[in-house]
Design a binder for this molecule. Structure first.
Ligand code: HEM
Length: 374
């Protein structure tokens, strides 16, 4: 049997030969550029891990039904991704030890290479479910896929992303399917009367939102409304919040064909968050929270990258040809994938204000003779 050693297992020697820069010769790479290359390589390795974990989580949620124990495993995978992102973001501080002048010494040689060409970053976006229609123009005329080409020829980066696009549904889609199937008030899609029961739940919930808004307004008015005008303004604001809750939960923004499905997905999110203390909703609620945490980390990555870029190169045009910091800031605002997961938070209620639910027994642990081994 082969004797294992550290240097072969970690591939230390090949790894240390990968920092040759443009000329493939480390002798031409100064300390600043070595830092620049190493930090990018470390990021790509983190991206590799992230892709592994996300693919596994996606595959768990492709199952129908998702076995209970896989919910816990998926939360572990999602939380690991969040932890990686938290660590990765800290590496931008290392790049900030690079002064503008020192970076400019080798920057122009890199044109047109750019983070635009990080195939793994695009794979992460694709796997999470960033909608192509949401993508910003890169500023160079072509699509994000064109930026991955080598001139006009497909590159390994391009093939990687194409394979990912063809490699199964994104996490957002399978999570939506899972949410859609979530029993609400004990009722599942396909059961007789499901549509009516979900709607009844939503109306009870919206009544509770309305009651809660009135109560909050009553409490806030003496403290905040110091004039009739301020009172009218406050009333409008609370009314608008209730109207928003209604529009959101009844999916008034969705097309006619999609409305019922979208509304059920949003109802499931509200239901899981609201009644999370019931045994069978505890893990689903952790999944929902892990997704929000993950996307928050991802947004922080984008924002932190933009601030680092602004510090190092100001607001000049990027080597990839975009407007630079402006483009990056816009991605941090616009690229939201799990929008429903965030939106429900505005409409969640305190426990004491929740409507009583029907059929809580559906969400208790059940032991069949087979599963208890009896
Ligand atoms: C001095 C260091 C850096 C500067 C000045 C910089 C600058 C930029 C700029 C201006 C863009 C916009 C595209 C363009 O026009 O080129 C960009 C995109 C990007 N950069 Fe950086 N970057 C730096 C370091 C890094 C590092 C360490 C990473 C780690 C992976 C990274 C990842 C990315 C990614 C993934 C994109 C594409 C963003 C998107 O399209 O959503 N960058 N970078």
């Amino acid at each position: 049997m082969k004797r294992v050693n550290y240097w072969d297992y970690i591939a230390v020697e090949p790894l240390l030969k990968l920092q040759g820069g443009v000329d493939g010769d480390e002798g031409t790479v100064n300390n600043d550029e070595l830092l620049f290359i190493v930090v990018h390589q470390v990021y790509e390795l983190w991206f590799k891990l992230i892709l592994r974990e996300l693919t596994q989580a996606r595959d768990f949620f492709r199952r129908n039904p998702v076995p209970d124990h896989l919910l816990a495993s998926s939360v572990r995978a999602l939380r690991r991704v969040s932890t990686i992102l938290a660590q990765a973001v800290a590496h931008f501080e290392l790049i900030e030890t690079l002064t503008t002048r020192d970076f400019l010494a080798f920057r122009d040689r890199l044109i047109p290479a750019s983070g635009f060409q990080s195939a793994q970053m695009r794979e992460i976006e694709v796997l999470l479910g960033l909608d192509d229609r949401e993508r910003l123009a890169l500023g160079t005329g072509g699509s994000y896929l064109d930026a991955l080409k080598d001139g006009d020829a497909p590159s390994p980066a391009y093939h990687r992303v194409i394979a990912r696009l063809a490699g199964g549904p994104p996490l957002r889609e399978v999570l939506d399917e899972w949410l859609f199937r979530t029993p609400i008030d004990g009722s599942s899609p396909g059961q007789p009367g499901d549509e009516e029961r979900v709607l009844a739940f939503l109306h009870r919930y919206l009544d509770a939102v309305d009651r809660e808004a009135r109560r909050r307004l009553e409490e806030a008015a003496p403290l905040q409304a110091h004039s009739d005008e301020a009172m009218a303004c406050l009333q409008d604001r609370y009314r608008a919040e209730v109207a928003q809750a209604r529009a959101f939960l009844l999916a008034e923004d969705a097309t006619e064909e999609e409305r019922r499905r979208t509304s059920r997905i949003r109802a499931a999110l509200i239901f899981i968050e609201s009644y999370r203390d019931l045994p069978l909703l505890a893990w689903p609620r952790e999944v929902v929270d892990a997704i929000v945490e993950l996307e928050q980390r991802f947004l922080l990555f984008r924002q932190r990258h933009a601030r680092m870029v602004e510090r190092v190169i100001g607001r000049r045009i990027g080597t990839g040809g975009s407007s630079g910091v402006d483009y990056l800031d816009q991605t941090a605002i616009r690229y939201r994938i799990f929008r429903n997961f965030w939106a429900v938070r505005t409409f969640l209620l305190r426990e004491a204000a929740l409507p009583t639910m029907n059929d809580p027994e559906t969400y208790s642990f059940r032991f069949s003779a087979a599963s208890s081994g009896a």
